[in-house]
Structure formats: structure tokens, C-alpha cells
Write a protein that binds this ligand. Structure first.
Ligand SMILES: *[C@@H]1O[C@H](CO)[C@@H](O)[C@H](O)[C@H]1NC(C)=O
Ligand SMILES: *[C@@H]1O[C@H](CO)[C@@H](O)[C@H](O)[C@H]1NC(C)=O
Ligand SMILES: [Ca+2]
Ligand SMILES: [Ca+2]
Ligand SMILES: [Ca+2]
Length: 230
């Protein structure tokens, strides 16, 4: 039966999407790490930028609301098609599906707001700054600025720029922060565990973006309505 087959096939497709896109993201990050001056030199400089991130996330929320045409907190397949069409990026049907799978981090109900942040950031990283102009002409520059900073914050922790943050690099970065107060090991361990959503011992860009959204505190503002109540 088709239904049975699709139950078996979906996890395979998801793994393929995961692998493909992780590789593309890594390649883009490596190139960026080599060609661009580092923005962040300390954890403090990232923490200080959190209010700005939060502002940027609000702008992205406006874009999200625009594409969530029926305003039910989710960008479903048709709505996502509209959004991707608008981007004018060369993409096959399969590639578009892969992006959808990759960004649907919780594997449920299409694309929610934090997943949309991942989606746009990925598009920005892979296809360049023109992408945001196509989804939101007015906010484009602000959006690009925020994505630049978020990606650079990731690269602060991903020392070799291979697209994966490893615990030892994160710990080292935390230790560098300040000579007087090192971040205790158990806190770094907890932070890392929180970020590593699929528990594979590495934190990739999308997991990092989820963490940044949490830390900026936007998730809890107006998004909690249907998440917390049963
Ligand atoms: C949102 O609306 C779409 C289209 O009507 C529907 O398929 C989807 O299940 C809805 N999602 C939620 C979370 O309500
Ligand atoms: C970081 O500091 C902690 C606590 O002082 C220590 O346990 C850990 O080994 C240090 N890690 C690195 C990579 O320097
Ligand atoms: Ca919707
Ligand atoms: Ca989802
Ligand atoms: Ca992971």
C-alpha cells in the first residue's frame, strides 16, 4: 500500500535531505570563514548583540506572518510554494522538498516561525543577499544584517568552519570569555546539550539558530499560545 510505503520512505528522504543540505551549508560556511573577517571575538560581543537579534527576529516574524496566509501559525505546503516561488532561486522540485524537510525541524505541521528563520537564513547563505529583497523589499537590509550576524556568531564557535560546532570548541570559547570568571564546565555541557537537538554530539547551523531564538526570548512572547496549552 502507498501509505505503508510512504511511512518507510519518508525517514530515508529526510536523512538524504539532512545530509545534502548539511553539506551545502558546510561548504558555504567554509567559504565564508575563509573570505571574511571575523565579526565576533568574544562571547560577550555576541551576548551584547542579543537585543538586536531580537529586533531582527521581529522583522522576520512580519515576513512569516505575510506568507502564513491563513494566519494559523504554520506555513503549509502551498504557502511555502508561494514563498519559494517569490525567491526566484533555481531549484528542482526535489530540492524544494529537501529544503522543506530540512527546515521542518520538529517533523510536524509544516514550517513554524523558528523553522522559517532557519529557512530564510539558509536561503540567504546559499543564494546570497538578493533573496531577502525578493521576500521583503522593505526589510531586506535589516534582514541581511541579522543573518550575517547570526552566521558569524555560529562561526565564532565553529572554529574550523566545517558547519558543526563541537563541544570542545564551545567549551574553549566559553573559557576564553573572561579570565576571571570562566564558565563552569557543567554549564557549558548543559548549554551544548540544549542546542544539540538531534543529540548527535554536534551542533549545526539550524540547531544554533533555534538556540539563538530561544535566548533572544522571542519564542515565549506570542508564540506560546498553542504550544503550551494542551
Ligand atoms: C494550517 O492551515 C493549513 C491549511 O488549511 C492546514 O493544512 C494545517 O494543518 C493548519 N495547521 C495548523 C497547525 O493549524
Ligand atoms: C574550560 O574550563 C573548565 C573549568 O575551568 C575546565 O574544566 C575545562 O577543561 C576547560 N576546557 C578547555 C577546553 O580549556
Ligand atoms: Ca498557514
Ligand atoms: Ca514544523
Ligand atoms: Ca546536532
Amino acid at each position: 500500500m502507498g501509505a505503508v510505503a510512504s511511512i518507510c520512505v519518508e525517514p530515508m528522504k529526510r536523512r538524504r535531505a539532512e545530509k545534502n543540505l548539511d553539506e551545502k551549508v558546510s561548504a558555504a560556511l567554509r567559504e565564508r570563514a575563509q573570505s571574511k573577517k571575523r565579526t565576533f571575538r568574544s562571547l560577550n560581543s555576541i551576548t551584547m548583540r542579543l537585543p538586536r537579534f531580537k529586533e531582527g527576529l521581529r522583522d522576520i516574524k512580519d515576513v512569516f506572518d505575510h506568507y502564513d496566509e491563513n494566519s494559523n501559525g504554520t506555513i503549509d505546503n502551498d504557502e511555502l510554494r508561494n514563498c519559494l516561488n517569490k525567491l526566484h532561486v533555481q531549484m528542482s522540485e526535489t530540492e524544494a522538498d529537501d529544503i522543506h524537510r530540512y527546515c521542518d525541524v520538529d517533523h510536524r505541521n509544516g514550517i513554524q516561525f523558528p523553522e522559517f528563520v532557519v529557512l530564510l537564513c539558509l536561503m540567504y547563505l546559499l543564494f546570497g543577499p538578493d533573496v531577502t529583497r525578493r521576500v521583503s523589499e522593505f526589510e531586506s537590509e535589516k534582514l541581511n544584517y541579522v543573518f550575517d550576524e547570526l552566521i558569524d556568531a555560529f562561526l565564532f564557535f565553529d572554529k574550523d568552519g566545517d558547519g558543526k560546532m563541537r563541544r570542545k570548541h564551545v567549551t574553549r570559547r566559553m573559557n576564553e570569555t573572561s579570565h576571571q570568571e570562566r564558565t563552569p564546565g557543567h554549564i557549558t555541557a548543559r548549554l551544548f546539550k540544549e542546542m544539540d537537538l538531534d543529540r548527535n554530539g554536534k551542533v549545526n547551523l539550524k540547531e544554533f539558530l533555534f538556540a539563538m531564538i530561544r535566548w533572544a526570548g522571542l519564542e515565549t512572547e506570542d508564540d506560546g499560545s498553542d504550544e503550551t496549552s494542551p
